[in-house]
Design a protein. Sequence first.
Length: 201
Amino acid sequence: MTARPGDTTHYFSTPGVSLAVVTVTVAGLIGGLNPPGPSMSSLTFAGIAGLGVVHALLGTVVIYFVERRGTRAQLHVHFAVALVVGVAVVLLSRGNGFLLVLSLISQSVLYLPTPGIALVTGACVVAEAVALGTGGTSASQVTNSFVGFGSSVPFVVAFSHLLVRQRRAQAEVERLAADLGEANERLRAHASDVEELATTK
């Protein structure tokens, strides 16, 4: 991972971000477990609830350790599993639990390169479209749900990019401060050497 070990200022998995993941997950579960139209079976209800818990754990606890101790390959595996879980929730909830995958899209922006972001976002969009298209809901409900999802995704992506840029700027400022400190140390050492040389003469 790109963050320096022990340097928590360069990590994205902070308490604030984890709280946001849990909040969005709960919101997605509320929508997914209370869909309009025919009620879902108890098995589907339990499946969505269980996958929601897994999603929250992946987006908080698992990513916390992967970011700090994991490898790039483990990060990719993490997102593959999280994507499967998120897509499953969207499909099982007939598209009504789409808020849940917004946290996954956001984290893809924080951790993955552009192709990875496109893959995660595209998969979530396709899953939502399929779920709405096969869910048996009315045209107006499909339109409202897809417009809500479609308008949320660009906002989440843009906000996450802002966070990435802010962290990069912070890292650059800290790097420049460290370089300046090292330069000052070298200057003081040089001045001391000059003073000693002048004394000996």
